[in-house]
Each structure stands twice: as structure tokens, then as C-alpha cells.
Design a binder for this molecule. Structure first.
Ligand code: VAH
Length: 327
């Protein structure tokens, strides 16, 4: 396996929560014309559409994926297309098709075309019953209770198989809940940690779909982007793990997040009406041991709860004052 240089990237799921910001960060680093954004149906932002190449692509369509990669001379695929946990429970077959068929299409293309790298996101959703929920280790029992988690365990196993059997350079991160002020999330269990900021700014109150003491691992988007791009550039020879790195930045509960928001908006009020997503959250870790990522490729987060809250509210309060809170 050689550390071939990444030159031309295709990002699937470019219009999603992580994909939309990751695509822009990759364009800044590798050159806008060298990063092909792909979306399935959601309308891309003018910024994404006008800053570099864009293709309509369903990642489950292997022939179209191959044609687009050949057309642009792609050597690296960042496969962000996914159906997340809550939506996946409403349509588990769709989640399997997008998350697993989509992934194996990218791995097969990497094998057939000798691509430089495939970045395959995983999630803390791979964890479930039988593993420690505090400081959840890199190596432990993986028995997820959601189809999303099942697809991510399958994805990790497929990545590691393609690395060992075919010499494909496949890498992945177990993302925690990701929080951003640029792109609204869709269909996740951790989405409350984004919605709460918009409602705090707009209405000074929020009804949370998880209970007050539901502790979950979380990360601010700038750290998510940094982790992803750092792993992409890591020396393959130094990696002991491939598709399944634990990463984390912080862990908090809705009550702790509300308390932090009240340091900026004293009158903010929160109520709790747990729904079906409570059972999903209760099956996930409360905190993560990410020592493998720190050791193998120097992972280190920059944002904690206070820094993230201050930055989120600064951006959202400015947009709200300009009358364009939702863009
Ligand atoms: C979800 N945001 O809630 C995603 C993520 C760990 C959570 O995978 O489904």
C-alpha cells in the first residue's frame, strides 16, 4: 500500500450536514476544481454549486458513480451519503441500500480502478448493548439496536476487508453527534443539539425530544472537518486501524447544553418531551475513548461546550438580526 497523493476528490452526500461543509473545506485545501460535489435530490446551495464541479448522483447507482469518476479523473472518494439513525428506523431497507450498497459501490470502484483512497464515515451508532457506555473503548462488542448502526458496523467490516484482501486504502471515523450553524441536520438522534440553538435565538425556548440527563458524545463541525481531513492525509503505514476510528471532543446532556445557552440568553427555557429517539440515544455511549486516533494520527479537538456554544450563538444571533436565521 503506498501513500499515493490525493489529487481529485468526489464527495457523495455533498448537500448533507457534514458533506456540505466538508466539500467547501476540501475545495479550499485541494483546489475547488479538484473536488466534485455530488447530490441525489436536495438542491445544493449557490455557494456549493458555483464554487466547483457538481454532479447529480445516487451512490447506489454503481455505473453512474463509475462514469462520473472517470469523467472527472477522480482518485479519491469521500462517501458522505447516508440515511441517519432516526430516518433509518422509519425506513430500514432504504438505510441499508444507501449506506451499504452505496459503500460497497465505492469500495468496488476503488478496487477496480485502483483509486488512491476511500473515506467511509462510521458513527458511535455502531455501539449498543454489552459495551461500556462511559469511555467506550476502540475495541469492544458491537451490537447496535438501529439499522443505521448495523449499516455502520457492516461498513467498518467491509472497509477493513477491502484493506486486507485487496489493498484498498479505506479509512473511516466513528463520528459523534455533529453540531453546525451552517447546515441543518436531517434525521438524526443528535439533531436536538442543533435545533436548540435556532429555537433559543428565535423563540428563547425549546422542547427537547430527549430527556434532560441524556448524555451523548458530541463534536463541533470545525473539529469534525479537521478530523476528517487529518485522517485523509495521515500516513497509511502508521495506521493500525482503518475504517473505525473512535473520535470525540465533548459529551453533554440537554440540561447541560441549556445551562450553557443561558449564560448567553438568560431567559432561555427548555421543556422535555422524549420520543422514539430516546431509546436510540439510550443505546449509545455517553463518552468515547479516542486514544487510538490520538496515537495513530495525532487527533486533538479544539472546541469544548463553552467555545462551541459561544460560536454557535454568535453566528445565529447575527443571522437572526439580519432576518436570515435559516439562510
Ligand atoms: C445521528 N447525527 O444522530 C447522527 C450520528 C452519532 C449520531 O450518527 O444519527
Amino acid at each position: 500500500m503506498s501513500n499515493k497523493k490525493i489529487q481529485k476528490i468526489l464527495v457523495t452526500g455533498s448537500v448533507g450536514q457534514i458533506g456540505s461543509e466538508l466539500t467547501m473545506a476540501l475545495r479550499e485545501k485541494y483546489g475547488a476544481e479538484n473536488v466534485v460535489a455530488c447530490g441525489r435530490k436536495t438542491k445544493p446551495s449557490p455557494e456549493l454549486l458555483e464554487s466547483g464541479p457538481f454532479e447529480w448522483l445516487d451512490v447506489t447507482d454503481k455505473e453512474k458513480l463509475a462514469r462520473v469518476c472517470e469523467k472527472h479523473g477522480v482518485d479519491t472518494i469521500v462517501n458522505m451519503a447516508a440515511i441517519l439513525s432516526a430516518t433509518g428506523e422509519k425506513n430500514p431497507q432504504l438505510a441499508w441500500n444507501v449506506n451499504v450498497t452505496g459503500l460497497i459501490n465505492t469500495l468496488e470502484l476503488a478496487r477496480e480502478a485502483g483509486l488512491t483512497q476511500v473515506l467511509c464515515p462510521s458513527s458511535i451508532a455502531v455501539f449498543g448493548k454489552g459495551c461500556p457506555r462511559v469511555d467506550t473503548p476502540q475495541e469492544t462488542v458491537l451490537k447496535p439496536s438501529t439499522m443505521y448502526g448495523v449499516t455502520k458496523v457492516t461498513g467498518e467490516l467491509l472497509c477493513d476487508y477491502y484493506v486486507g484482501r485487496f489493498g484498498v486504502d479505506a479509512r473511516g471515523l466513528r463520528y459523534p453527534g455533529i453540531i453546525s450553524h451552517k447546515t441543518l441536520p436531517g434525521g438524526g438522534t443528535t439533531d436536538y443539539a442543533v435545533e436548540i440553538f435556532y429555537k433559543a435565538v428565535e423563540e428563547k425556548r425549546y422542547t427537547c425530544f430527549l430527556g434532560p440527563d441524556t448524555r451523548l458524545p458530541m463534536m463541533y463541525m470545525p473539529d469534525c472537518i479537521k478530523a476528517t481531513m487529518d485522517l485523509m492525509e495521515a500516513d497509511f503505514e502508521k495506521l493500525e486501524h482503518h475504517g473505525d476510528f473512535n473520535i470525540s471532543a465533548m459529551s453533554f446532556t440537554p440540561a447541560e447544553l441549556a445551562e450553557e445557552i443561558r449564560k448567553h440568553i438568560p431567559e432561555f427555557e427548555i421543556t422535555y418531551e422524549p420520543d422514539f429517539r430516546q431509546a436510540i440515544a439510550d443505546s449509545w455511549p455517553q463518552s468515547i475513548d479516542d486514544s487510538a486516533a490520538r496515537k495513530e494520527w495525532g487527533w486533538k479537538p479544539s472546541y469544548d461546550l463553552a467555545a462551541m456554544t459561544a460560536d454557535m450563538l454568535e453566528h445565529l444571533q447575527k443571522r437572526h438580526a439580519e432576518g436570515k436565521l435559516y439562510g
